[in-house]
Design a protein around this ligand. Structure first.
Ligand code: PLP
Length: 405
């Protein structure tokens, strides 16, 4: 049976070029990049070349880029690192973050002020809520509290802000440059570290750390045709951060562990290929995503697109089908060879409705009626029309069954 992959936000297959480059690096540079002999030096040279390739793509200095074992590790580090380096720091984050951010915050929150920023129905975060929270924190208040300000605490507090650039479920792109400008101009006296999780954005839209203005940013290889288990954290020069992993002196003493030279090579090659001709990806993918949405909207009533009114990743569509159980729809589509998801792969086996859709103000029922389509340029227009037909047929079947017990 032919299969149709519309789950590229979970992971996307490695490009042939990245596979080849990685295999070559594995075979030709077997040394430990930290060894001082010639084999080690060769491996180190290759590793540093990959750092340069990625740094050029992100518009940062190579010395500001630290390889990691993926987006999850880099996100853990981006939260824990500044938190431990800035005693008493408050943490303000969006409620629609990936679980690698939210669960790290859960683990470190004790004894600190934390504040999840409100999300609007559109999927955008509420910038006013973020600014109000920092104003409260500067008054010695827990954000939103109406109590009298505490006067015996040291103010202003250092603040860590974490807001993702693009959401993995809806594709909604947050206005990070505006957020950074507002925060920095209103709170010049606070020590503020702003982190953006760009795991879904890198390789799908332009991601330039200077334009974004962030202090830290996470990227991952396997979302753009590179290997799984490889990522990086951008850390602006001067940002205070403790290491996450302790051990050897790798990555400028900041991230211990023998460097994954071949993985870095696969990452850099995939990123360079994708980004040197980004429009070859974005234009067809956006066209097909729009076609998918239009075809489904032509064939069905009572559907909605989460985040459809605002700027989204070109490949992502989060679509709701009134009265339809998304899990049942996913299984029907899967039996027809169509791979989609109900949200984040990390939450696929949880019986919880999407925290992203809940944060956008949807009730459980609507949140449980939503499917995420995430496309890549390997599909054709005919494929998309076929997928749309199958979605329409499957939704008709499920609606015909009425409410499931
Ligand atoms: N952040 C976002 C927004 C993601 O979508 C993902 C993965 O789905 C991650 C972080 C985790 O990245 P990784 O799979 O490389 O650990």
């Amino acid at each position: 049976m032919r299969t149709y992959n519309l789950d590229h936000n979970a992971t996307t297959p490695m490009s042939a070029h990245a596979i080849q480059a990685m295999a070559e690096a594995q075979a030709l540079y077997p040394g430990n990049a930290s060894s001082t002999h010639s084999q080690g030096a060769e491996a180190r040279k290759v590793l540093e070349q990959q750092r340069i390739i990625l740094a050029i793509r992100l518009n940062c200095e190579p010395s500001e880029l630290y390889f990691s074992s993926g987006g999850t590790e880099a996100n853990n580090w981006a939260i824990r690192g500044p938190f431990h380096a800035m005693p008493g720091a408050a943490l303000v984050y969006s409620g629609i973050e990936h679980k690698s951010i939210l669960n790290t915050i859960k683990a470190v929150r004790w004894g600190r002020i934390i504040h999840p920023i409100k999300t609007l129905n559109t999927g955008l975060i509420c910038l006013d809520d973020l600014l109000c929270a920092i104003r409260d924190i500067n008054l010695g208040l827990w954000p939103g509290s109406t109590e009298t300000p505490i006067t015996d605490v040291e103010l202003p507090k250092p603040i860590l802000i974490s807001v993702m650039l693009a959401n993995n479920e809806t594709g909604v792109i947050q206005p990070i440059p505006e957020l950074v400008r507002s925060v920095r101009s209103e709170f010049p006296d606070n020590e503020i570290v702003i982190h953006a999780d760009a795991v879904q954005a890198f390789g799908k839209i332009k991601v330039d750390v200077q334009e974004l203005g962030v202090d830290a940013m996470t990227v991952s290889a396997h979302k753009l045709g590179g290997p799984k288990g490889v990522g990086a954290l951008y850390l602006k020069k001067g940002v205070k951060i403790e290491p996450l992993l302790y051990g050897g002196h790798q990555e400028g003493d900041r991230r211990a562990g023998t460097e994954n030279v071949a993985g870095a090579r696969g990452f850099a090659v995939a990123a360079a290929d994708r980004l040197s001709a980004l429009s070859l990806y974005t234009v067809p993918v956006r066209t097909m995503r729009n076609l998918l949405e239009a075809e489904i909207a032509n064939g069905l009533t009572d559907i909605w697109i989460n985040g459809g009114e605002v700027d989204r990743l070109p490949n992502t569509s989060s679509m709701g089908f009134l009265g339809v159980d998304a899990e049942a729809l996913l299984l029907l589509l899967s039996s027809a060879g169509i791979m989609v998801s109900t949200g984040s792969a990390c939450e696929a086996h949880q019986d919880q409705p999407s925290h992203v859709l809940r944060a956008m103000g949807q009730d459980d029922k609507r949140a449980r009626s939503t499917i995420r389509f995430s496309l890549s340029s390997d599909l054709s227009m005919e494929d998309v029309k076929h997928v749309a037909r199958m979605v329409i047929e499957s939704v008709d079947v499920l609606r015909g069954l009425g409410d499931l017990p």
